[in-house]
Design a protein around this ligand. Structure first.
Ligand SMILES: Cc1cc2nc3c(=O)[nH]c(=O)nc-3n(C[C@H](O)[C@H](O)[C@H](O)COP(=O)(O)O)c2cc1C
Length: 349
């Protein structure tokens, strides 16, 4: 198979993707990531209503600061949808009305195989097959199912360490990547279909992580948590500071539904939870405080602005992965991409 970067000609190997993070991955960040030779994903998430405005802001940024190597028939970015909660009709309308569709569309967390099938075919037809379909999966069964119903161009292999939502039942990348790559290759050879690309996600925060996933069989890496500390991220200072402060992510983060319930972001398919930094909201839930009391305290924290993330008193949701301990500085998103490719050397002790 041709190198994955050949399909996204403005990119440089190894391919670095900025994961779509709902509300956080906005036009400036995706422009910066793609300008540095990666691929930034705008996050539509479950709410497609903000997508047209975000795409139009991106197009203005692109006109003011073109990205060398960008093809003439697609935008040099992707768009991510959380399939179970997003409106396919609105999504296809927004994409078909664009002068240029995004180079890639990232689909995550369908509530059924038939829903994934409708999204993949709906997007392909709305974009006249110009947008490549990326599907994020965290187990072999979901990957084989996706091959049957959506024929993804790229799999994002999401490991257990990933920040934000993912399956509770998932493995670390060190075993997940090689097993998933082998299983997908076998399916493709047996069924005479092309082998998709593979991008790893979950716990990668520096060049060492990127090199590790390449060694395991991935073609590139997608990151969320590291980009929470990008200058261009749309994020409260309190949230960003909490990410910078957190260390020892296996201890300091947890995958749970406590934060979803408190924020009212419910409706995820069975088996999904959100990994975030452990704080008083989670600790109180664990201690058996009533939901009503916990929610009352959460609303008070929400009203307190950045203080809701204050050290020792934090209650606000801080979705982030186990790599939080490797995120120590705020940097420009483009420099993060270059660091990940080893072009900017970071001094370590
Ligand atoms: C704050 C945050 C928000 C996220 N939002 C989304 C989202 O809207 N859609 C999606 O497909 N994945 C989302 N994810 C998960 C990412 O796609 C990806 O799997 C994850 O960030 C990779 O792990 P890492 O955080 O260790 O880099 C989010 C992750 C984080 C940290």
């Amino acid at each position: 198979m041709a190198s994955i970067t050949a399909s996204y000609p403005w990119t440089t190997a190894p391919l670095i993707a900025g994961a779509p993070m709902r509300l956080i991955s906005g036009p400036s960040m995706v422009h910066a990531i793609s300008s540095a030779g990666g691929i930034g994903f705008l996050a539509a998430g479950t709410d497609v209503s903000t997508l047209p405005e975000n795409l139009s802001t991106f197009q203005s940024l692109l006109s003011a600061s073109p990205i060398p190597g960008a093809p003439s028939d697609v935008l040099p970015i992707g768009v991510g949808f959380i399939v179970w909660g997003a409106d396919l009709t609105l999504a296809t309308k927004a994409l078909s009305e664009l002068p240029l569709p995004p180079a890639a569309v990232w689909l995550f967390a369908p509530s059924s195989s038939s829903e994934l099938n409708s999204w993949a075919s709906g997007i392909r037809s709305a974009t006249k097959n110009k947008s490549k379909i990326w599907v994020q999966v965290s187990c072999i069964a979901d990957a084989i199912d996706a091959l049957k119903v959506a024929q993804p161009d790229v799999f994002i292999i999401q490991g257990a360490d990933a920040g934000g939502h993912g399956r509770y039942a998932s493995a670390g990348l060190i075993s997940l990547i090689p097993e998933l790559v082998d299983a997908v290759r076998l399916y493709c050879v047996t069924n005479g279909v092309g082998v998709p690309g593979f991008i790893a996600a979950g716990g990668i925060a520096d060049e060492r992580g990127v090199n590790a996933v390449l060694a395991l069989g991935a073609d590139g890496a997608a990151l969320g948590t590291r980009f929470l500390a990008a200058e261009e991220a749309v994020i409260r200072k309190g949230y960003q500071d909490a990410v910078l402060r957190a260390v020892d992510g296996g201890n300091s983060t947890v995958r749970t539904d406590v934060y979803d319930k408190l924020r009212g972001t419910v409706g995820w398919p069975e088996g999904y939870g959100g990994r975030g930094v452990v704080n008083l909201s989670y600790a109180d839930a664990l201690q058996g405080i009533s939901f009503e009391e916990n929610e009352k305290l959460y609303k008070l924290a929400e009203g307190a602005g950045d203080k809701g993330w204050e050290e020792g008193n934090a209650r606000m949701t801080t979705y982030a992965g186990t790599a939080v301990g490797l995120v120590k500085t705020v940097a420009k998103a483009g420099d993060i991409v270059k660091e990940l490719r080893g072009e900017i050397v970071v001094k370590r002790i």
